[in-house]
Design a protein. Structure first.
Length: 159
């Protein structure tokens, strides 16, 4: 049975964020009671909460998110659970860590990587990352999208 899973998170003032980025700020600047209408300002760095690392994030002249097809974000997904790496001394995810999933990932899948760091907002240095062999394997598989369950957010990488 197919399900639709919404991976987005609410944006809130002072939500967890990378220490080098400014805080999220949401402020009501007009109210119906005082002004006759409600108006709110929202300041959000692009790498907070649910976000997409579009090609332009790392590639000069790369595509921006508005140039990406919505179909890229819809499809069959498979979760690769490597959460056991979170408490280890080696947080690098290698091909041996995903070996049991290699035959399950199909061309065009959305591959979700659970690194175990979801919900640990104070440990920005502990999140796992893939090595170059895993990255090459994902590209060879021609997957659609690579979301990471990441601290208090989900980050989508284009491959």
């Amino acid at each position: 049975m197919k399900r639709i899973i919404d991976l987005s998170y609410n944006i809130e003032s002072n939500m967890p964020n990378y220490p080098i980025l400014p805080d999220v700020k949401i402020k009501k600047i007009r109210t119906i009671e005082k002004n006759g209408d409600n108006v709110t300002t929202i300041f959000v760095p692009s790498h907070v909460g649910t976000h997409i690392d579009a090609p332009t994030h790392q590639v000069d002249g790369g595509l921006t998110v508005d140039k990406l097809s919505i179909e890229r974000f819809i499809g069959n997904a498979i979760m690769l659970d490597v959460s056991y790496k979170y408490n280890s001394d080696d947080i690098i995810i290698t091909l041996s860590d995903i070996e049991k999933y290699k035959d399950k990932v199909k061309r065009g899948d959305i591959v979700v990587l659970n690194t175990g760091c979801y919900g640990h907002q104070d440990e920005f240095k502990r999140f796992g990352y893939i090595d170059s062999e895993v990255a090459s394997w994902l590209v060879e598989k021609n997957i659609k999208l690579f979301p990471l369950l990441f601290l208090y957010s989900i980050c989508f990488f284009m491959v």
